[in-house]
Design a protein around this ligand. Structure first.
Ligand SMILES: [Zn+2]
Length: 186
């Protein structure tokens, strides 16, 4: 182990390191060629308060994580796109994504939250949930050709897409069915 005495000429440097860095006593000991204990004792004697070490990421204390959890608890949060999430948190998507990954790993948000990339699809769903319109009309409104098949895909991957508010009458039903048939044979 190193010496217990800190060299006279080095004391000012050490005081500075103790006050301004979060280097451990161990590391400072190596730097000043004394024991860890000697650094600790010196620090105590001088009454130096060490700066707090940057803490590991604590989702419980992270404002952004808490905000993301809050958004994810909204009904149908999987239909909120990655363009809207940053707007609601006030942080960039890159930053949100980092925190979101941790939250997903910990199971604190749904795996499906933060997966929707398209603003258009988000818009289409917003209409789908609230307006009594044929799916094709919604698709046309927002500029998506295959909204119906997107809905099917999303359902297959476990998204909870409720039935359309639009009640297809006999004619419309037949039209949709014949279109489905046509596609099958295409
Ligand atoms: Zn966080």
């Amino acid at each position: 182990m190193g010496r217990t005495g800190i060299l006279q000429g080095k004391k000012d440097d050490l005081v500075k390191d103790l006050k301004e860095t979060s280097l451990s006593f161990e590391k400072l000991g190596k730097k000043y060629e004394v024991s860890r204990q000697a650094i600790y004792d010196f620090c105590k004697r001088q009454g130096i308060e060490r700066p707090k070490r940057p803490r590991g990421h604590q989702t419980g204390e992270c404002r952004l994580c808490q905000k993301l959890i809050q958004i994810s608890k909204k009904p149908r949060s999987e239909f909120i796109s990655i363009h809207t999430i940053p707007k609601e948190t006030g942080e960039s998507w890159a930053k949100c994504y980092n925190h979101l990954r941790t939250l997903r790993d910990k199971g604190l948000v749904s795996q499906r939250f933060g997966r929707l990339r398209s603003k258009k699809i988000e818009k289409a769903y917003a209409i789908y949930f609230t307006k009594r319109l044929p799916i094709r009309t919604i698709g046309r409104k927002v500029g998506i050709k295959n909204f119906q098949s997107l809905i099917r895909q999303h359902r297959r991957s476990g998204w909870n897409v409720p039935p359309s508010l639009y009640v297809y009458d006999g004619r419309e039903k037949r039209r949709v069915l014949s279109e489905v048939q046509r596609r099958k044979h295409a």
